[in-house]
Design a protein. Sequence first.
Length: 102
Amino acid sequence: MKRNLIILIVLVLSTLIAVCSDNHNESDSIITGSGTIRFINLEDGFFGIVGDDGNRYDPINLEEEFRVDGLRVEFKLKKRPEGVSIHMWGIPVEVLEIKKIE
């Protein structure tokens, strides 16, 4: 009986640790900030975001209205788990929220 209780406690603790780790990783993949949209003239050219923090972000789903070189924006981005882009520029991200700064 005592052995079964110990096994149960270990399983419950392992599950809690795994769940907490997954939630922590999810929050680590969210990036918020502001920056400037830039046209990157590599290969066929594409639009990226240069953050005010100096980081470069390669959005996979930037809407047409935001594809304006020099446009100032505030954003909420999610790092792509694949972590690789054909552009070889910046951190591959998915745009979750974006708005123009006037």
